[in-house]
Ligand binder design. Structure first.
Ligand code: HAM
Length: 413
């Protein structure tokens, strides 16, 4: 009998192999650690949701409908594989009465999302997100807080060189008038625009601002800016968010064309890119305030803010960079196995540590520690071991100081 064709994975999904799992685990663990340090608790919601829940959250966003994995189950119910976590987290918040507890509820989730998009590098049909949501508060401090979480997490992973783009898109009070102004600006220009943008003038004018089509670009620059048309409340919120970010020394650039793909946003929106990259496709994270989503889902109006970050993209960059899971390498000079392992044990109370026990020159050990991307090197020879001191070398600053063994954990923390 002829052997049947072997069956390969579904298009646009991927296997995360054992060789890559340590990187992913590191990203996931530090996501949990950073979120928890800010008082966020983990929530796990189902991968399947009623299709209507997702559809209500993305009412007029065309991408949403086209990309949704939607099917009818054996009980004739319309089900969606979640394309993002926010709609489900908000549903769970109300369904389990978190709205009756202390506000805001600070929640995070890590898990797979599904979008039927055209697969390419960094864009998959099943991908993983860290999702962070603060539900039940309108305060601008929370907008700044979730941006700080994203920044801290990416920095911890060695991806601190970021471009944070920020905008405000107003709310139900000021946006309608602005949209009329935007339509009035674009209508006479219609025939010069891409077909997609022509369609959007009446249907979804805000999205004209993030058109990627070459021929639309010159018109974007002169388009009216929503930040010039904010109502007093949105305007006060907008300056408060920026003030808070300034005070936290978080750098950002204002991007008046940033509107985001999902329709539920109000006020603050942001996207985070690796510095140097441009375009939607490279965003490491995106989010914003969504004060209207709860109501769109049929719950009492409830303000909220959050972001999500794609772990596939983050781990890709971590792999490309030279960040290392080993923060410290202990380099004994000579036959010092016992001393070196004691030294490593002390350092391990503060950081991930490896010992280079090989018998080769100090220079060659230094080269290999630098190749692994170690942040610190701790060098010790016999004389130093007898005094219980070591040379601590900062591999980025290229500075070296003598430190007592007992002081190492505080220096490395
Ligand atoms: P989003 O911008 O659609 O926002 O997705 C957030 C991040 O998920 C993106 O910046 C990107 O890193 C990653 N991502 C999106 N699509 C793909 C894909 N096809 N393949 C790989 N990675 C992808 C949201 O999902 C909102 N729920 C964020 C949010 C939370 N807003 C408020 N709270």
């Amino acid at each position: 009998m002829p052997r049947p064709e072997p069956i390969k994975a579904v298009r646009g999904v991927r296997d995360i192999m054992p060789a890559d799992r340590p990187l992913w685990r590191r990203a996931e663990r530090s996501a949990a650690a950073v979120a928890e340090r800010f008082g966020y608790e983990e929530i796990v919601t189902p991968i399947i949701e009623p299709a209507e829940l997702i559809e209500r959250a993305g009412e007029d966003s065309d991408a949403f409908a086209k990309e949704l994995y939607r099917f009818v189950d054996r009980g004739d119910r319309a089900i969606a594989l979640r394309p993002e976590a926010t709609a489900g987290v908000v549903r769970a918040y109300f369904e389990h009465n978190l709205n009756q507890g202390p506000q805001p509820s600070r929640l995070y989730l890590i898990g797979p999302m599904f979008r039927y998009d055209r697969p390419q590098k960094g864009r998959y049909r099943q991908f993983f997100q860290l999702d962070v949501e603060a539900i039940g508060s309108a305060g601008p401090a929370l907008d700044a807080e979730v941006i700080e979480i994203a920044r801290d997490w990416l920095s911890t992973l060695g991806l601190g060189d970021l471009r944070i783009e920020l905008n405000s898109i107003g709310d139900h009070r000021c946006r309608p008038a602005y949209l009329e102004e935007l339509k009035a600006y674009y209508r006479p220009l219609a025939e010069n625009l891409s077909a997609e943008s022509q369609r959007r003038i009446e249907q979804n004018p805000l999205r004209l601002l993030d058109s990627k089509a070459e021929q639309d670009q010159p018109f974007k620059a002169r388009a009216p800016r929503i930040t010039d048309h904010l109502c007093d409340e949105c305007s006060a919120h907008w300056s408060a968010v920026r003030r808070l970010l300034d005070a936290a020394a978080i750098e950002y650039v204002l991007n008046p064309h940033l509107v985001r793909g999902l329709d539920y946003y109000t006020r603050t929106v942001f996207e985070i890119f690796p510095a140097g990259a441009a375009g939607q496709q490279d965003a490491l994270a995106g989010g914003g305030r969504y004060d209207g989503l709860a109501e769109a889902e049929g719950w009492p109006p409830t303000p909220a803010v959050g972001f999500a970050s794609g772990l596939d993209r983050v781990t890709d960059l971590m792999a490309a960079g030279d960040s290392s899971p080993v923060a410290v390498v202990v380099l004994p000079e000579g036959e010092l196995d016992v001393a070196a392992s004691e030294l490593a044990r002390i350092c391990r109370t503060a950081a991930a540590v490896a010992v280079d026990y090989e018998t080769r020159s100090l220079e060659s050990k230094m080269r290999s520690a630098s190749k692994r991307g170690a942040r610190w090197v701790v060098i010790v020879n016999e004389e130093e071991a007898s005094r219980r001191v070591a040379r601590l070398r900062d591999m980025t600053q290229r500075e070296q100081t003598e430190v007592r063994w007992e002081e190492l954990p505080t220096r490395l923390a």
